[in-house]
Design a protein around this ligand. Sequence first.
Ligand SMILES: NC(=O)c1ccc[n+]([C@@H]2O[C@H](COP(=O)([O-])OP(=O)(O)OC[C@H]3O[C@@H](n4cnc5c(N)ncnc54)[C@H](OP(=O)(O)O)[C@@H]3O)[C@@H](O)[C@H]2O)c1
Length: 213
Amino acid sequence: MKVGILGSGVVGQTLATGFIKYGHQVKIGTSNAGKLNNWLSNAGPNGSAASFADAASFGELIVLAVKGTAALNVLEKAGKENLKDKTVIDATNPIAELPPVNGVLQFFTNQNSSLMEELQSKYPKANFVKAFSCVGNAMMINPDFGGTKPTMFIAGNNDDSKNVVKEILDTFGWEVEDMGKAEAARAIEPLCILWCIPGFLQNRWTHAFKLLK
Ligand SMILES: NC(=O)c1ccc[n+]([C@@H]2O[C@H](COP(=O)([O-])OP(=O)(O)OC[C@H]3O[C@@H](n4cnc5c(N)ncnc54)[C@H](OP(=O)(O)O)[C@@H]3O)[C@@H](O)[C@H]2O)c1
């Protein structure tokens, strides 16, 4: 598959490396390609960098991995037509430009809304699927918890798109819990706040969530 990754940060680079590992072609979108020189030097022939618009146009599948406050701006640069009828894996979190309070991140959304719903309503022809938002980048590809598969919570309105994402998550070593439609992002996005607390308070960043049944 051709994957267009909107985001040149550690998440964009980590997921890009993961997709390449499993045989996909990846183009990372950025407004600052120089940031990716190091990544490009190790990516091999299936990895490249381009503008947000070119990466979105390239991708049959899109990944959105940008700063939450920049998500709308980046999607505008990517272009509506380049997102139409495509699955958009949304790894972003709506983290506000404010410091954590006793280790608790502050969001610019409230509990009865989510960033993904806002993006979905602005781009109704794209199929957003929330995924990868509630775990640190170091655990995104083939996390090793001594044989226990952690759970990735996903949500989105389009079942075909969710099936594509489920397959990818399975390949990347995750158990998937489909939490339903886009509104479920209101519950998934704040898991980022919970995930980060042990990090900020005790410098522990190597955990993931598991839904016991
Ligand atoms: N770090 C993690 O372990 C982790 C885990 C789960 C989820 N997340 C979420 O994943 C997303 C990406 O995180 P990250 O740590 O990889 O990097 P990040 O620093 O949050 O985002 C980097 C990307 O955001 C873009 N960006 C930043 N400010 C911008 C602005 N004002 N206008 C346009 N674009 C802007 C950058 O554009 P350029 O490419 O042009 O520089 C770059 O592509 C975030 O929403 C984060 O909350 C992070």
